[in-house]
Design a protein around this ligand. Structure first.
Ligand code: NAD
Ligand code: IPM
Ligand code: MN
Length: 347
């Protein structure tokens, strides 16, 4: 029996995870759950966003299902105590270095996309985002300049081994899809990116069956909106991948639709929607639970060896949407739980 660490977190996190759990329960799988606090909820109850007891559950679990963290009342705490440190800490402590963020347009959501229907319909891509390095984890701080001004700094760096392992994930992912890998960087300006590009080109020698291209991140942001259908797999660093995946979500209809998998090199993973705690709609039953439900499907496929159950969940979400199920972000009026009901009705 597999053990799932259930980490609902803050804001809409618990609301969407409740629906993901209902869907998992309906499939009658051999799973047990241990729930633990993360984020602002954990800070308010035990004084730390990622308590040792939560980390212990995370280490013991076969997979982690995560909602979201983020609490505006914590925004002026010292950084180490902020809710966001929970997700950053889990990614780092568990060596979850590869983040898969698929973006596809579900049939019927053409109107929800920010793009013209014919352009939107083409989107079918995966962003492979590096998750353990980059400017996220470099030295950061405050200092005073010679002129007496306050200065903030964050060091951006990548070690070649970090680039090599995520490049391999990019090539492997492309090999199983349409065989096209686009590496996104800013090599025209950043030395970190030039190393990134050099290493990706070296790794390409092992994947003659995959077509490798390179694109600067500013152009990639533009191309995602102009013609997202040109992308199969995008491999990129932590910061660029964060930004481009939120952008890709709106091409596909809503940030409430995009799931993600954060994997180590042994199959253990943390699964979460790409969105945050959405304080502006938290507690109102408005959140779209599809990203969380689809994250549960990714968990079954990538960590629990149950691709058939994952397929069933994804097909049920697609059919519910085809049937007209829509939360507010998709232009409808359904509540979070009604959207869960719609998926369960198909299952
Ligand atoms: P957000 O993703 O929480 O929300 C952005 C916008 O999208 C909001 O208008 C929100 O209402 C909407 N939205 C998000 N998810 C939705 C859903 N499922 N259904 C319908 N609408 C949805 O981003 P933000 O507002 O920049 O950040 C809020 C907090 O969440 C911050 O504290 C941030 O640090 C945190 N955050 C956490 C994660 C994570 O836990 N992995 C990810 C992103 C942001
Ligand atoms: C995400 C979030 C996180 C990130 C934050 C909350 C640390 O935006 O998961 O996309 O930047 O990775
Ligand atoms: Mn993000």
């Amino acid at each position: 029996m597999a053990l799932i660490a259930l980490l609902p977190g803050d804001g809409i996190g618990p609301e969407v995870i409740t629906q993901a759990r209902r869907v998992l329960d309906a499939l009658d799988l051999d799973l047990t759950y241990e729930e633990a606090p993360v984020g602002g909820v954990a800070y308010h109850s035990v004084g730390h966003p990622l308590p040792e007891a939560t980390l212990d559950v995370a280490r013991r679990a076969d997979a982690l299902l995560f909602g979201a963290v983020g609490d505006p009342t914590c925004d002026s705490l010292e950084r180490a105590l902020r809710p966001e440190q929970a997700i950053l800490g889990l990614r780092k402590h568990l060596s979850l270095f590869s983040n898969l963020r698929p973006a596809t347009l579900f049939e019927g959501l053409e109107d929800a996309s920010a793009l013209k229907p014919d352009v939107a319909r083409q989107i079918d891509l995966v962003i492979v985002r590096e998750l353990n390095g980059d400017v996220y984890f470099g030295e950061k701080g405050r200092r005073t300049t010679a002129a007496g001004h306050r200065e903030g700094y964050d060091i951006m760096s990548y070690d070649e081994t970090e680039v090599r392992r995520i490049a391999r994930v990019g090539f492997e992912t492309a090999r199983k899809r349409r065989g096209q890998l686009c590496s996104v960087d800013k090599a025209n300006v950043l030395e970190t990116s030039q190393l990134w590009r050099d290493v990706v080109i070296e790794v390409a020698a092992d994947y003659p069956d995959v077509t490798l291209t390179h694109m600067y991140v500013d152009n990639a942001a533009m191309q995602l909106v102009r013609n997202p259908g040109q992308f199969d797999v995008i491999v990129t660093g932590n910061l660029f991948g964060d930004i481009l995946s939120d952008q890709a979500s709106m091409c596909a209809g809503s940030i409430g639709m995009l799931p993600s998998a954060s994997l180590d090199d042994a199959g253990k993973g943390l699964y979460e929607p790409i969105h945050g705690s959405a304080p502006d709609i938290a507690g109102q039953g408005k959140a779209n639970p599809c990203a969380a439900i689809l994250s549960a499907a990714m968990m079954l496929r990538h960590s629990l060896g149950n691709g058939a159950a994952a397929d069933r969940i994804e097909a049920a979400v697609a059919q519910a949407i085809r049937n007209g199920a829509r939360t507010a972000d998709l232009g409808g009026t359904m509540s979070t739980s009604a959207m869960g009901d719609a998926v369960l009705a198909v299952l």
